[in-house]
Design a protein around this ligand. Sequence first.
Ligand code: PLP
Length: 436
Amino acid sequence: MPRTDELLAAPGIVSAIEHIGARRVREQIRLTQARVRRGHIAAGDAASDVVAHLPARAASLTPVINATGVVLHTNLGRAPLSAAAIEAMASAAGYVDVELDLTSGRRSRRGAPAISALIAAVPGAEAGLIVNNGAAALLLATTVLGQGGGEIIVSRGEIVEIGDGFRLLDLMTSTGTTFREVGSTNRTRLADYADAMTPATRAIVKVHPSNFRMSGFTEQASVAELAGLGLPLVHDIGSGLLRPHPLLPDEPDATASIAAGAAVVTCSGDKLLGGPQAGLIVGRADVVERMSRHPLARALRVDKTTLAALEATLDGPITPTWSALSAPRDALRSRCEALRADLLGSAMAALPTEDVTLVPSDGLVGGGCAPGMPLPGWAVALPSRFARLLRGGSPAVLARVDRDRCLIDLRCVPATLDAALAEAIRRAAERSAGGA
Ligand SMILES: *Cc1c(COP(=O)(O)O)cnc(C)c1O
C-alpha cells in the first residue's frame, strides 16, 4: 500500500497542493488508496491515479455552457460577466485603493467611482448607493423610510414571492417596518392609496411584479400618480433596466421612474444590467444619504471586486447579457446550421443524420424578467438522452429538454465556444454509443 506521506511528496502531487490546497488532495489520496486495496489499480500507479482524479480548481463551482436559451438563468448564476468586468474584478482582488485617495494619501469614499458611473447611467438621479443585492436595496430603502414607528403602503397586487420561497413582504417586515396593504390582487386604484394615508404614513412602495403576468380585469396606479400623493415613493423595478429599451417595452426602467417622480428606485445588478450580483439604489440625494448613513448599509455593503465589476459593466462594452438578448435570429440560424454540419460532417457514426435537426426555438429572458416574452431563435435538436450526457460532460453543457428532444440553443453560447460545444456533443455521442 503506497503510504500517504510518500504520495504527498510525489512531484505531481506537490504542485497540485500548491494549486488547489492539501485538503482535496488528501481526500483523493484516501480514495486512491482504497482503489489499490480493492485491487482496482496497481500500487505503482497510485500517484498518477491521484493526479488524474484531482479537481481542476480550488473551488467546486464548475463553469458550464448555457445552451438552454434562457439568458438570465437563476440556477446558472444569472448574468455572465463581460470580459471587462472580469478583468476589473481580478485587478481589484488584491490590495487596492478602494478607500484611499492615492493623490492625497487620505481616506476616500468607498465605491465612489462605481456610484458615479451609476448616476451617470441614470439621467435625473441625484445620488446612488450600491448594496449586496436587489433584496437588500429594497430592505434598506423601506427600513430607512419606515423608521420611527411609521407605516408604508403597498398594493396587494404587488406582494411578490421572488423565488426559493422568499417573499418580499416578509423580507421588508423583518426589520420591524409596518406595512399597510391596500387594494385587491388584481386592482389597486390611486384612491386606495389616498384613503389609506394617515399622519403615520411615511412612504409608498411600488414593486414591479416582475416574475408573473396578470392580464384581464386589472388596474394599478402609475408611478406619476403615486408620486403625486406627496409621500416618498420607493419603486422596486427588479430587473435593473436603467433606461428604456425597445426590446423590452413592458419592463420599467430607472430613468423613466425617476422622471415620473419616484424618490428612489431599487433594482438588481445581475439581471438586465448584466453585471455582478449587487443591489442598486438611485434617486433623491436626501433619501439616498439617509440610507447610506443607516447601520444596515454597513451590513449590506459590497465587496471591492463587486464595485470593480459593476463600474466596468456600467462604463464598459456591451455585456454578454445584451449580446444574448439581442442576438439576431438569422445569425443564430447560421450558427446552428454550422454546428449541425460540423456534427454530421465528422466521422461520427454514433449520430445518424435524422437525429440532428434544425428547429425554431424561443429563448427566454429569465431571472424573473419579462416572463413569457419569447426571444425567437433556432436550436439544434438531438435525442433527449443527450441532455443528461451533456450535463455530465466536461465542459458541462446545459441544454433544454422539450418533449422528447434535447435542444441546443446557441443564444447564450459565446460564438467562440461553438467548436468546444460541438466537441462536447461528439464526445457525448461516443459515450452514448459506448453504452454510457
Ligand atoms: C429580482 C427581484 C428582486 C430581488 O433582487 P435580488 O438581486 O435577487 O436580490 C426584488 N424585487 C424584484 C421586483 C425583483 O425582480
